[in-house]
Design a protein around this ligand. Sequence first.
Ligand code: FES
Length: 116
Amino acid sequence: LNKKEVTITFVKSNGDRIKTTGKIGDSLLDVVVNNNIDLDGFGACEGTLTCSTCHLIFKPEDFEALPCKACDEELDMLDLAYDLSDTSRLGCQIILNEKMDGLEVKVPATINDARS
Ligand code: FES
């Protein structure tokens, strides 16, 4: 593992665990795209905060440790996501840092494209 990379695990609603790596400075959406992770419909708006398909659910301790809180635009989009939780964020807004090594995020069962 390169020093500038962190290990991220995506946990699908069926229990499948997809372990992958992402570069520091990339978003969680970049991680999905760059590793061709098969999450149907994920990241439909390519990170422009207009779809909510990149909805991910964090563990409470990881959620607290995220470097920034959701901005109003992100909160508006999250409102449109299915299975919204107290620790939900949009993956395209989460930028990897070295502290996120080993991060595990849940992919909700239903991906909702707010544009449709
Ligand atoms: Fe569309 Fe994140 S990819 S809001």
